[in-house]
Write a protein of this length. Structure first.
Length: 394
């Protein structure tokens, strides 16, 4: 990977008032072999199930054709000619925005009928100089698409949304013609000015909430916003288990001490070793935030200290069903999940000494070996959350 930044992708949606299903669909994929990120937002005509089917079809095709490096007008042609035509209006209709980020960072955007994507460089709008592409043949000859290509810089953001955002508030005193693009640009720029490191998830959420508010909290269309944020990677180190040989205790402690990023220590013995080697004191907390788990401890310079295997198993359980709308509690496992979610590159150091505490035959069988639990956690983080994971055994 030539670029030295992390690409954070996230989205938020609100359904049309009274609908249980969203007619906008957002999909994204990290293509590991090519180190590429492809994201697509499609808005199906109307709302509810039918719109959702049109948008799902469109976004899935867009993702797959883009992945195969087809030419942009070819991608557009195939999608438009494949969509089923609406019997009343004789038009097949789903809009789309496709963002394709290559391993060099080079970013290509192709749009059909969605509000034009906003590119913020810091807190100012950046113009990538858009080109128009006209479809030449097929039943959609004459339809116009927009495309652009640019090299992103660190702290750039791409904001793309469905017209449920740009048309929100239409007919109101404040926005007779809807919220419109320049207002969305100004609002996003203000948010970034106030909080320069606002996450993709948070920025998308605020834009969607504002559109919802413009519609007096009764959305007249599906409201979707996706944000791609190019930024410095946030790093996290998770250490668990004592080193195989006692001589390596000092090595482990110095890795922890010199790590540039946040640090979690999971395991009492591991924490004791690090405290001893760094000549610091562990303070035990006696408040049980999670009745199933031992409470966290405190160690100067470490972001979080928890018990080991039970806590990690609970982390794995939480991650299995975790998504944007899950509210995390205050327990030690919830805190680990929160830190994992806030990080992009996660490095695990796994001690391989057999822990005497777990040789007690009275302990439940679920106390799986550390490695298995960590591998499960790592797989979930990599596949579902696109985190970059590395391991080290000591």
């Amino acid at each position: 990977m030539e670029q030295d930044f992390y690409i954070e992708v996230n989205s938020q949606q609100r359904n049309h008032d009274g609908e249980r299903i969203c007619g906008d669909v957002f999909l994204y994929k990290y293509i590991k072999e090519e180190d590429r990120v492809v994201a697509v937002l499609s808005d199906g005509m109307g709302h509810g199930v039918k719109a959702n089917i049109l948008a799902t079809l469109t976004s899935t095709m867009a993702l797959n054709f883009t992945r195969e490096h087809k030419e942009i007008d070819r991608i557009a042609e195939i999608i438009m000619n494949t969509l089923p035509v609406c019997s009343e209006r004789k038009i097949a209709y789903a809009t789309f925005t496709i963002v394709d980020i290559e391993s060099s960072g080079k970013t290509n955007i192709l749009e059909y009928d969605n509000p034009s994507s906003i590119i913020l460089r810091g807190n100012r709008e950046f113009d990538p100089s858009w080109k128009k592409v006209m479809l030449e043949k097929g039943k959609h000859a004459g339809k116009v698409l927009k495309t652009c290509t640019f090299m992103p810089e660190k702290e750039d953001r791409i904001i793309f949304c469905s017209d449920g955002v740009s048309q929100s508030g239409m007919g109101s005193d404040q926005y007779p013609f809807g919220w419109e693009r320049e207002n969305i640009v100004a609002y996003s720029a203000r948010l970034v000015t106030t909080e320069s490191s606002i996450s993709a998830n948070m920025l998308a959420a605020k834009i969607v909430s504002m559109a919802h508010k413009n519609d007096a909290y009764k959305p007249r269309d599906d409201i979707s916003c996706a944000v791609i944020y190019f930024r410095e990677p946030r790093k996290l180190l998770l250490c668990t288990g004592p080193p195989y040989e006692k001589e390596r205790d000092i090595t482990l402690a110095s890795k922890v001490k010199n790590y540039e990023g946040k640090v979690i220590i999971s395991g009492g013995t591991t924490a004791d070793i690090i405290a001893r080697e760094l000549n610091r004191k562990i303070i035990d907390e006696l408040i049980f935030e999670d009745p199933e788990l031992p409470p966290e401890s405190f160690l100067e310079g470490i972001d979080l200290v928890t018990e080991g295997i039970l806590t990690l198993q609970k982390v794995n359980e939480i991650l299995k069903t975790f998504n944007n709308s899950v509210r995390l509690g205050k327990g030690p496992a919830d805190k680990i999940v929160k830190l994992l979610m806030e990080s992009d590159e996660i490095h695990f150091i796994i001690g391989t000494r057999i822990n005497i505490a777990h040789q007690d035959p009275n302990l439940p069988v679920e106390l799986e070996i550390r490695r298995t639990v960590i591998k499960r956690i790592a797989r979930l983080l990599e596949e579902k959350w696109l985190k970059k994971i590395s391991f080290e055994y000591i």
